[in-house]
Ligand binder design. Structure first.
Ligand code: FAD
Ligand code: NAD
Length: 465
């Protein structure tokens, strides 16, 4: 039996950030983590996926040669060493997870490696990792639930063998000649495009009428165009009706009831994620829920006193930066500070090719909340930096109130537009108006000039349009 003030269950971005902050506030903190510190994000999510995407981009550029030969660069046909690629990816993960462990140690957090099971709102039983270990009971004053999420399976295609979740797709031992990707959302596009660039024949099967269906068609169109250029087969309005997963066989059916039988070397199922709570015994607390997610207030309090929840387990959007921001608030609340999790906006980025950023309201959402709004797009085809990068596809779009020109949303599709997310989000958090952005000097030549140009255009004063 051990006791502590704060016990955090789960060491992903939500759990480790909360632990760092409570420990830094001088509160005795224990962090229980069953796999690697850094959670899904560092070990089997954001970081390995972006590393794989980068490697696939580099390989594709050289393999296709078109992109580099146009610049006068000639190369011999490249080959791919998956083992070395996985090693490099592992190195990036190792560096970051070691860094997190060092930060936890420095802050005085006690990290216990093992599987935790909630017994009641004040007690967790931990089965430490390692053979012959005995369970330890830890009693706490504050319990923070940060157990995250896991890939949602399709009943017809349970994970295993030829059926991959994102985790298997991030660490391939061999490259499948053909890969079916069920789901054209974040993971389907990011990893589907990476595999296509590495050389697999990829088929994306999406139930809705366009990829990234939560956003509008103007944003998904450039991505769909690129999928076509990469030779990716895109089956929209299509579902898996039957499957023989052992054989890699799928029977697909379209909205018009047209069926086709297909065979693939591997099938990546990427149809969303679900909270991870059952194995941790969280359900036994009988907390108020929002569907499958633990309901929390704006400080991360659950319906049970001194039991808190943070990160993916509390619902959408299931993103690492949201988890970390929420964790800061929970830690502050435990430390007795008055803070609320009430962001004006949580940016979202799909690292497809081209990248897509959404920060704030889409035009339709803005119209339904604010009536008539100003919407303007500036194409990268008119941006000098985009042309020098050989990537003139896409645009920056701004959405603002018509009456006082307050900015409500930004969207962008294009090369490296993920880096514009900070400017977008800051302008909305700071209640900027179109005039604030239009009147700011943007360095030349940069992609960010398209941001200023979109604001100018919304004001009816477009310069390079
Ligand atoms: P997790 O990161 O899931 O951490 C939960 C931790 O709790 C895990 O380490 C787990 O081992 C531990 N745990 C669970 N149960 C127990 C238990 N009973 N005992 C002990 N430990 C336990 N988000 C972005 O913002 N940007 C991206 O680019 C991005 N890319 C992604 C790519 C992929 C392929 C995936 C799968 C996800 C991606 N995400 C991305 C989402 C992001 O990873 C999550 O939103 C984020 O990790 C959530 O943090 P969390 O701490 O709530 O949960
Ligand atoms: P997602 O919700 O992004 O996309 C799932 C897609 O699958 C949707 O387009 C949906 O219409 C489709 N779909 C659902 N059921 C289907 C079916 N039976 N047949 C065909 N299509 C079907 O989910 P994901 O791609 O699995 O990613 C899970 C979560 O992980 C994301 O929601 C996000 O929170 C996080 N994530 C974020 C990033 C990032 O920030 N760049 C990257 C990867 C994952």
């Amino acid at each position: 039996m051990q006791s502590t003030n704060v016990l955090i269950l789960g060491g992903g971005p939500a759990g480790y950030v909360a632990a760092l902050r409570t420990a830094q506030a001088g509160i005795a903190t224990v962090l229980v983590e069953s796999a690697g510190p850094g959670g899904t994000c560092l070990n089997i999510g954001c970081i390995p996926s972006k590393a794989l995407i980068h490697a696939a981009d580099e390989f594709h550029k050289l393999r296709k040669q078109g992109a580099v030969s146009q610049l006068g660069i000639q190369v011999d046909a490249p080959t791919l060493d998956l083992g070395r690629l996985n090693e490099w990816k592992g190195g990036v993960i190792g560096r970051l997870t070691t860094g997190v462990q060092a930060l936890l140690k420095q802050a005085g957090v006690q990290l216990i490696r093992g599987h935790g099971r909630v017994l009641d709102g004040k007690t967790v039983e931990v089965m430490p990792a390692g053979a012959g270990a005995k369970p330890v009971r830890i009693v706490c004053q504050h319990l923070v639930l940060a157990t995250g999420s896991e890939p949602a399976p399709l009943p017809l295609l349970p994970f295993g063998g030829k059926v991959w979740s994102s985790t298997e797709a991030l660490f391939p031992e061999t490259l499948p000649a053909s890969l079916a990707v069920v789901g054209g959302g974040y993971i389907g596009l990011e990893l589907g495009m990476a595999y296509a660039k590495l050389g697999s024949q990829v088929t994306i099967i999406e139930a809705k009428g366009n990829v990234l269906p939560n956003w509008d068609a103007a944003l998904s169109r450039p991505v769909e165009k690129r999928l076509q250029a990469l030779g990716v087969e895109l089956l929209l309005n299509t579902r898996v009706q039957e499957g023989e997963p052992d054989q890699g066989r799928l029977r697909l059916v379209s909205q018009e009831d047209e069926a086709q039988e297909r065979q693939f070397d591997c099938i990546l199922v990427a149809v969303g994620r679900r909270p991870r709570s059952r194995e941790a015994g969280i359900e036994s607390l009988m907390l108020d829920m929002d569907g499958p997610f633990v309901r929390v207030d704006e400080q991360g309090r659950t319906s049970m006193r001194q039991v808190w929840a943070v990160g993916d387990i509390t619902g959408e959007p299931m993103l690492a930066h949201r988890a970390m921001a929420q964790a800061e608030v929970v830690a502050a609340a435990i430390a007795g500070q008055r803070r609320r999790f009430d962001p004006a906006v949580i940016p979202a980025i799909c690292y497809s090719d081209p990248e897509v950023v959404v920060s704030g309201l889409l035009p339709e959402e803005a119209r339904s909340r604010h009536g008539e709004v100003l919407v303007a797009s500036f194409p990268f085809a008119n941006n000098g930096r985009a042309l020098t990068l050989g990537a003139a596809e896409g645009f920056v779009r701004v959405v603002a109130r018509r009456d006082d020109h307050r900015i409500l949303g930004w969207q962008a599709v294009g090369p490296n537009v993920s880096e514009l997310a900070a400017a977008f989000t800051q302008s909305i958090e700071m209640c900027a108006r179109l005039e604030d952005v239009a009147g700011t000097i943007h360095a030349h030549p940069t992609l960010s000039e398209a941001v200023q140009e979109a604001a100018l255009k919304a004001l009816g004063a477009g310069l390079h349009t």
